[in-house]
Design a protein around this ligand. Structure first.
Ligand code: ADP
Ligand code: MG
Length: 260
């Protein structure tokens, strides 16, 4: 049997009287894209934060690559192999795409910037870093954008770059919280196709509202409602589940069919 990349065991997290995570068990296997869906406020982001390490569970365990990382800080989990998308929006809009990628790669390796002047001096010295940054751009097909200011990138291009940066650290498990948000149909299609190519490189825990993307990508889907997983199964199983349709999916599909 292959060991799970991620195993959540009896996870609980409350905010006051609100049980945002109410006894969650979930596994992500190697090569698996596991989608987490559910209505707004179900606790999806709260769960992701506990996996990433930015939020401590009240009870339960987070097992990552066989290690109990429940009390580990974010950076230590990242070093073990946990990736999450990098917020390109936090980068310097005036600088080129290439410089921003070099900055991001450097910052994530050292964990700290130190002084800006010292940072740029070290960047100029580091031809390896430049090559690595060009590699990231090549992977997400943004090579032609290397010298453009990062502020000129479209939403979709930024999102691809965020995933590319996450991949630069060779994560074994990638956390994605609504990667399609704000992308139009074209951007969503492009990012969906790109994520599909990554399957054998990293497992994914994918929170996503766009059901076309979820159905196209997911090996398994877990449905979270009021902090509890009410169903886990394949795309076919989840689509066919009466409980899921009642709690969430039916309404959502109706909206899609009826609206827009
Ligand atoms: P989702 O991502 O599924 O939309 P969230 O995990 O963001 O849901 O939120 C789950 C519930 O927990 C919501 O009711 C939200 O208001 C609440 N919540 C999230 N974070 C906090 C917090 N830091 N303090 C208090 N309540 C929170
Ligand atoms: Mg959320």
């Amino acid at each position: 049997m292959t060991d799970a990349l991620l195993k959540l065991e009896g996870l609980h997290k409350s905010f006051g009287a609100l049980k945002a995570t109410d006894g969650v068990d979930l596994t992500v296997m190697p090569g698996e894209i596991h989608a987490l869906i559910g209505p707004n406020g179900a606790g999806k982001s709260t769960l992701i934060a506990q996996v990433a390490g930015s939020l401590k569970p009240d009870a339960g365990r987070v097992m990552l690559l066989g290690e109990n990382v429940t009390t580990w800080p974010v950076a230590r989990r990242a070093r073990l192999g946990l990736g999450r998308t990098f917020q390109v929006s936090s980068l310097a809009n005036g600088f080129s795409v290439l410089r921003n990628v070099m900055l991001a790669l450097q910052a994530r390796k050292t964990g700290a910037f130190g002084s800006w002047a010292g940072f740029w001096a070290s960047v100029r010295r580091d031809e390896g870093l430049r090559a690595e940054a060009l590699g990231v751009l090549d992977r997400v097909r943004l090579t032609l954008r290397a010298e453009d200011p990062v502020g000129a990138l479209s939403h979709g291009e930024r999102r691809l770059l965020e995933v590319g940066l996450a991949l630069a650290l060779s994560p074994r498990l990638l956390l994605l919280d609504e990667p399609m948000a704000g992308l139009g149909p074209e951007g969503t299609k492009e990012l969906t196709a790109f994520l599909a190519t990554l399957k054998h490189e990293a497992g994914m825990l994918l929170v996503e509202h766009d059901m076309d993307a979820v159905f196209a990508l997911a090996d398994r889907i877990s449905v979270l409602v009021y902090g509890q997983i009410i169903a886990t199964g394949t795309v076919e199983e989840i689509r066919a589940s009466a409980a899921v349709r009642e709690a969430y999916l039916g309404d959502h599909l109706h909206e899609k069919a009826g609206g827009a």
